[in-house]
Design a binder for this molecule. Structure first.
Ligand SMILES: [Zn+2]
Length: 299
């Protein structure tokens, strides 16, 4: 039987204990008030590690069984336990998180290897685990303030799919990273607010449904951009399952996305792809963080 602890740190922190790739017991959350957003923004990196260690120690103490692995999912570019970049949680940029957190935990008597994963990769791992398809390629787009791309099984690389170039129009410069023509520059929440200074993204999608020409045109562009990003990954790694989730997944219109994708993917061996929207929840990423940590033990 495998025992692991999974943690997700995005705008908030959630942590849970897992047995045999399933969550057991209560999930703990920081801040406990789910209405409080941006609670982690001003917290220094060292203090974040303390908060993580508190939750992990509490969960480890809730069972007699030895914890084999601890997985932490964070938004950013993660390699070998180091957070190389984290545009939405800047205080952890450059942190040797796996080593530093393992050190803090050691001081509290919790001895288990710590594995750090990108949050979108963790969601892909969680989806694969949930559907019993850990042996298959699973890809996930996370649609939130930024656009994340995750894949399972993990392979070495950067995989910043949200920054894939989907247009050559030099006026497309709303991406948070500063790059021109990026997917996130069209689809990201912040990017949409910059483009439409007079209305919120929710209003853009609502007005499009009511027939507003400018909003309809943009909603179509938004779906074409997502189709273009997805088509690029189909042309690189093949067809298969694509899942869509995240805070703003409600904006996705699957039939419209599919219609655009079908204009972009014409080689018959590549047309067997599936598109599925998943509800946005913390548990999937949490599960995936734990599963990734257990899998990392065998590398
Ligand atoms: Zn970008």
């Amino acid at each position: 039987m495998s025992n692991a602890i999974g943690v997700v740190m995005t705008e908030h922190i959630v942590a849970g204990r897992m047995e045999n790739h399933r969550l057991v017991g209560e999930v703990v959350r920081y801040p406990s008030d789910s209405n409080e957003v941006d609670a982690l923004m001003g917290v220094p990196g060292g203090a974040l590690l303390e908060i993580l260690a508190n939750h992990i120690t509490e969960l480890a103490g809730s069972s007699e069984k030895q914890v084999e692995a601890i997985g932490v999912a964070v938004p950013g570019v993660v390699r070998h336990g180091v957070v190389e970049d984290a545009p939405n949680l800047t205080q952890i940029k450059g942190m040797r998180m796996a080593d530093e957190l393992a050190g803090v935990l050691m001081g509290r008597g919790v001895k288990a290897p710590v594995h750090i994963a990108n949050d979108a990769d963790a969601i892909a791992a969680g989806v694969a685990a949930k559907f019993g398809q850990l042996d298959r390629l699973t890809r996930v787009w996370t649609i939130g303030n930024g656009i994340g791309y995750g894949r399972w099984p993990y392979v070495e690389g950067v995989w910043e799919g949200g920054h894939i170039t989907v247009t050559l129009d030099p006026k497309e410069r709303y991406c948070g990273c500063g790059g021109v023509g990026h997917l996130e520059g069209i689809m990201g929440y912040r990017a949409m607010r910059l483009r439409f200074l007079d209305r919120e993204p929710e209003e853009i999608f609502a007005h499009a449904k009511e027939g507003d020409a400018r909003c309809r045109e943009f909603v179509d562009l938004w779906h074409r951009a997502l189709a273009a990003g997805t088509a690029s990954f189909i042309h690189l790694a093949g067809p298969g399952r694509f899942y869509f989730t995240g805070h703003n997944v409600g904006f996705v219109d699957v039939p419209l996305l599919r219609a655009h994708l079908e204009t972009m993917v014409k080689m018959s061996p590549l047309q067997s792809f599936s598109l599925e929207v998943l509800p946005n929840d913390d548990e999937t990423a949490l599960l995936g963080a734990g599963v990734s940590a257990l899998r990392a033990l065998t590398w």
